[in-house]
Design a protein around this ligand. Structure first.
Ligand SMILES: Cc1cc2nc3c(=O)[nH]c(=O)nc-3n(C[C@H](O)[C@H](O)[C@H](O)COP(=O)(O)O)c2cc1C
Length: 205
């Protein structure tokens, strides 16, 4: 899919933590809202897409997979896929025009790299750019239990300005399916980066 300068550009990184369903629901919701996605899928992110969703969700077929699962509305948006090794990609630069970046799910390894400003991979570098440019960075970590270094890395990211939003869907919405849980996380992320949505019922409604 090709980029269009009039679209809202959002960077999304999928890393090798469990929770591929959260990632694809968030991607589909952004595409339905006409976004252009600058997409990074790490080596282990690619593996987790296939392990948790099946071969049809392999990164090379992601556009077709999203359309089959969530409907043709995903074609309202576009995405460009980058290698996590491509430190020359445009999202590695502060001059890029993404107003927000979402890392979903975020492995403890990538979390550590961001917390310490290492910029070894495109995901880490693009996240570093969001922090230095004071733009919105949403990190969705997934691990349990967490070690003290992992907890400290979340604090470091929050202190640097990231929004740390662990993959912890709520149950007061009475979810019935895994898709309900994914809708909840995708909805929280959309709210955090300023998109209206009805992915889950509001409390009290
Ligand atoms: C099946 C599988 C599940 C994994 N789940 C997690 C997880 O939930 N959280 C995590 O931090 N790492 C998890 N890992 C380990 C990461 O994939 C590993 O640390 C990897 O190096 C992360 O690299 P990346 O951040 O570049 O994707 C998992 C690995 C595999 C193979």
């Amino acid at each position: 899919m090709s980029a269009d300068s009039r679209r809202d550009s959002i960077a999304v990184a999928i890393t090798g933590a469990s929770g591929a369903l959260y990632a694809i629901r968030t991607l589909a919701a952004l595409l339905e809202r006409r976004c252009h996605i600058e997409l990074i899928v790490t080596e282990y992110g690619r593996r987790l897409l296939r392990d948790e969703l099946g071969e049809t969700a392999a990164v090379e077929k992601l556009g077709d997979y999203l359309a089959a699962r969530y409907g043709e509305g995903v074609h309202r948006g576009t995405f460009t896929l980058y290698s996590n090794r491509d430190l020359g990609a445009k999202i590695a630069s502060g001059s890029q025009d993404c107003r927000a970046m979402v890392i979903i799910p975020c492995s403890m390894k990538t979390l550590a790299g961001i917390a310490h400003g290492l910029s070894r991979t495109l995901t880490e570098r693009a996240a570093d750019v969001m922090l230095k440019e004071r733009r919105t960075l949403v990190i969705v970590p997934r691990e349990t239990p967490m070690s003290l270094p992992q907890l400290r890395n979340m604090v470091l990211c929050a202190e640097a300005g990231a929004l740390v939003m662990p993959a912890m869907p709520a149950f007061y919405q009475m979810p019935k399916t895994l898709d309900d849980l994914a809708d909840f996380m995708a909805g929280k992320i959309l709210s955090a980066i300023g998109f209206p949505h009805d992915l889950y019922p509001r409390w009290g409604s």
